[in-house]
Design a binder for this molecule. Structure first.
Ligand SMILES: CC(C)(COP(=O)(O)OP(=O)(O)OC[C@H]1O[C@@H](n2cnc3c(N)ncnc32)[C@H](O)[C@@H]1OP(=O)(O)O)[C@@H](O)C(=O)NCCC(=O)NCCS
Length: 293
């Protein structure tokens, strides 16, 4: 029997979703255990309380839905339960109550796209999208830093304030806070040895790269990367990514993935990752829905 639960996804619910995401992971998968943790915990709970639903069969999660309206609706369905796809889409449509919404399947997810078209969603041919990139970890170049700069993994709580400060400076946003980043650090599968920062000669943290490792699939997701605006174009994000990628390889992963914007309106991150040897393998497609089925 299939059971559906609707919840406001705290850490145990997220962990249950991640089990399915890990079990299904492949290059044809839109989700990685790390993007779920980062997406849910990067902001404080008052800004991250969108509904999550889990479908279970005999205690095992077989589908989930994530309803962050209007433009971050996610879902994942075990392909051995194909009929659940419409059930999850029903749940999202019901919550939308006729309001505009957006779902972004991978280009390779033809069955999801067919279902969305059948349900009245429309495909958008322009606008933002995410370009999925991958890199084998076998042939990583060495880390090169400008004179006086150093790279190291964070030391947990002792580095919390600096870690949050560099993220806020890079993104010009105060939404990530010490409380929210503490929750990121407590989330599975965060590891401080895959969370890297670069310090300037004066000791300030000026660049960062966090990698989330899915041990079962030996694949790490880079999310996020940033460099303080005063220190850009010095090779710091390349260096901090490479330092974190070497650490990822040291913990046994064989592949890294990253999902920057692919559209011309936000081109720089994609250039950075391609300069690091990442190559594109898939992209998101945007489907917008409005009104009831
Ligand atoms: C994207 C970002 C991390 C780049 O940081 P950075 O430290 O300036 O990047 P680097 O100096 O290491 O540059 C590495 C490569 O990226 C590309 N790149 C970086 N900045 C660029 C720019 N302004 N224009 C064109 N290419 C650029 C280049 O290929 C560069 O190599 P090159 O200098 O040898 O040509 C930084 O601009 C940033 O923090 N942006 C805001 C946060 C963000 O978008 N993060 C990425 C999200 S996925």
């Amino acid at each position: 029997m299939t059971v559906m639960m609707r919840r406001y996804g705290g850490a145990p619910d997220l962990r249950a979703m991640q089990e399915l995401t890990q079990r299904l992971w492949s290059l044809a998968s839109p989700h990685h255990v790390g993007d779920l943790a980062w997406g849910r915990f990067m902001y404080t709970p008052d800004q991250a309380d969108w509904p999550i639903a889990l479908w279970e069969d005999r205690g095992r999660v077989i589908a989930w839905g994530w309803a962050q309206f209007p433009d971050d609706l996610r879902l994942q369905v075990d392909p051995t339960y194909p009929r659940l796809l419409d059930e999850v889409l029903d749940w999202l449509d019901e919550l939308a109550a006729g309001n505009p919404r957006e779902i972004n399947p991978l280009d390779s997810q033809k069955e999801v796209q067919t279902a969305l078209l059948r349900r009245g969603y429309r495909r958008q041919e322009s606008g933002p999208y995410f370009a999925y990139h991958m890199r084998d970890l076998a042939d990583l170049p060495a880390v090169v830093l400008p004179e006086g700069f150093t790279a190291r993994a964070v030391a947990g709580e002792a580095d919390l304030n600096q870690r949050v400060a560099v993220h806020r400076a890079a993104w010009n946003s105060t939404r990530v806070t010490t409380d929210s980043y503490r929750a990121v650090m407590a989330a599975w599968p965060y590891r401080p040895n895959l969370d890297w920062i670069v310090a300037a000669p004066d000791g300030r943290s000026v660049a960062n790269c966090l990698i989330w490792c899915d041990d079962a699939n030996k694949v790490g997701l880079i999310e996020p990367v940033g460099t303080h605006p005063e220190f850009r174009r010095l090779g710091l994000s390349r260096a901090v990514c490479l330092a974190a990628l070497h650490a990822l390889k040291d913990v046994g992963a064989t592949t890294a993935i990253v999902c920057p914007r692919g559209d011309p309106a936000y081109p720089i991150p994609q250039r950075l990752y391609r300069s690091l040897g990442f190559r594109p393998y898939d992209r998101t497609r945007t489907y917008t829905g409005a009104g009831r089925r």
